[in-house]
Write a protein that binds this ligand. Structure first.
Ligand code: NAD
Length: 454
């Protein structure tokens, strides 16, 4: 099949590569010229395991092309996937301008029947809006072409985008046309060969499924974070509680980790968008509001622990920060807890030496213009360089290379052996035995008191 994917971000690139891998001819249209030039020269602008290999292989095979405008792509294509960003705008609504612009461009250029498929996460009712936009563009140029609009939300996870796209747990088709359903079932058949995982519903239901899924995952995280704070007050280790709670098959272990708050380009904006929708409709959204509020609080927790250990004036203190991306295996720092924590520490006068295996460049850009690299903020190219003469280590992202570091080196290089573990990667007892003062999330008062006393 001839496919056009609009947007070469995390979703667009994984989709374009995945469709091409199954033998389709894919043109990926990206508005950012610099990105297209990089992709054409074989450089993938984002860090995503397996993506470089997937794209290179399919570019080489002639099944994957990159263009900067839709005009260059439309003549052969009937299938248009919209995978552009829907970043948060003022008041919590997603900025839909990129989606609407893509729909407009499709309406302006299609020569015949077109199937528009929305992969971006969009509010309920967007398929109708896209239909209206395309219809009006066709009318403007007096074209009488048939078209369909389908909502096909994407569920891939950053850090495992290629794997998730190639082996999806479910494919949701929000579809009200038999022609569109047949075409998409054909396209997705190679991805669901072991068993049918395609669910067909109305576009509005598909749009809502995506929001409800992300909101529920965010709820699980915020719930465990709330439990973690209670655990601290009750002198209970949240990790033991997690193991006990997750053993219930009705609950499961997924997304039960307490930590320093969720970030990324999806959960924060999708929860906010759903709250906004509820407000618009006059429908109560107490659970979602609490999830959001807890996450805001959680993103301050490590900073608060630093302040209660070192005092509120952090001038003269230096902190090593390990991990800048919002989760491991990605270079995405959007809404990452590391950024807000660093801002709070810098604001209190501290110096920061930060390290991340792949996200340094994005973090450097995200901290500007308020915090440019200076004597107060340094980005290091090695994790042990960051701890050199630092007063404490803050672990913000659970990259594998941080799981079992050389604690002897850590103890030798740190000015004082203090660890603030925002992802509960280390065991409090072991840390105490090794001579560290250890502060995790919800690990119980005893650990912290015992650590501080030794
Ligand atoms: P992204 O910001 O990484 O990429 C979007 C790309 O679209 C950018 O490169 C931008 O330049 C391009 N673009 C914008 N308007 C364009 C236009 N008119 N023509 C061509 N290109 C255009 O975004 P992303 O993280 O891939 O997310 C895309 C959508 O998918 C969002 O709605 C997001 O919520 C949703 N989603 C994201 C993930 C994820 O993990 N990132 C997972 C599932 C769903």
């Amino acid at each position: 099949m001839n496919i056009t994917v609009i947007g070469a971000g995390y979703v667009g690139l994984a989709s374009a590569g995945g469709f091409a891998e199954m033998g389709n001819t894919v043109t990926c249209v990206e508005a950012d010229n610099a990105k297209v030039r990089m992709l054409e020269s074989g450089v993938v602008p984002i860090h995503e395991p397996g993506l470089q290999e997937l794209l290179s292989k399919n570019i080489k095979a002639g099944r994957l092309l990159f263009k900067t405008s839709l005009e260059e792509a439309t003549s052969e294509s009937e299938l248009f996937f919209i995978a552009v960003g829907t970043p948060p705008a003022a008041g919590g609504t997603p900025d839909m301008s990129f989606v609407y612009q893509a729909a407009q461009e499709i309406g302006r250029t299609i020569p015949g029947y077109a199937l528009l498929v929305t992969k971006s996460t969009v509010p309920v009712g967007t398929a109708d809006r896209i239909r209206a936009i395309v219809g009006s563009e066709l009318e403007k140029r007096g074209a009488r072409t048939d078209f369909d609009v389908v909502s096909n939300p994407e569920f891939l996870k950053e850090g495992a985008a290629v794997q998730d796209f190639m082996q999806p747990e479910r494919i949701i088709l929000g579809c009200s046309s038999a022609r569109a359903e047949t075409a998409l079932r054909r396209l997705y058949a190679p991805f669901v060969r072991s068993r049918d995982r395609i669910l067909v519903m109305r576009p509005r239901e598909a749009e809502m499924t995506k929001y409800a899924s992300n909101a529920l995952l965010a709820t699980k995280i915020s719930f465990m974070n709330e439990m973690a704070e209670l655990c601290e007050a009750l002198d209970v280790d949240i990790e033991r509680v997690r193991a006990g709670v997750g053993a219930d098959s009705r609950i499961g272990y997924g997304f039960l980790y307490a930590g320093c708050g969720y970030g990324g380009s999806c959960f924060p904006k999708d929860v906010k968008a759903l709250i906004h929708t509820a407000k618009d409709l006059g429908s109560p959204a107490g659970i979602l509001e609490a999830v959001e509020q807890r996450n805001r609080r959680q993103k301050r927790r490590l900073y608060e622990k630093v302040v209660s250990r070192f005092g509120s004036d952090l001038k003269g203190r230096t902190f090593a920060v390990w991990g800048l991306s919002f989760k491991p295996d990605t270079d995405d720092v959007r809404e990452a807890s590391s950024l807000s924590t660093m801002e709070l520490l810098l604001g209190a006068g501290a110096k920061i030496k930060a390290f991340d295996p792949v996200a340094t460049e994005n973090a450097r850009k995200a901290m500007q213009p308020t915090w440019t690299e200076s004597r107060q903020l340094t980005f290091c190219s090695d994790q042990y360089e960051a701890i050199e003469a630092s007063d404490a280590l803050l672990l913000m992202t659970e990259w594998k290379q941080f799981r079992n570091p050389d604690f002897t080196v850590l103890k030798r290089k740190l000015r004082s052996p203090v660890i603030f573990d925002g992802r509960n990667q280390y065991h409090p007892d072991e840390m105490t035995e090794l001579g560290f003062e250890y502060y995790g999330i919800g690990r119980g008062r005893t650990f912290e008191a015992r650590s501080a006393a030794t």
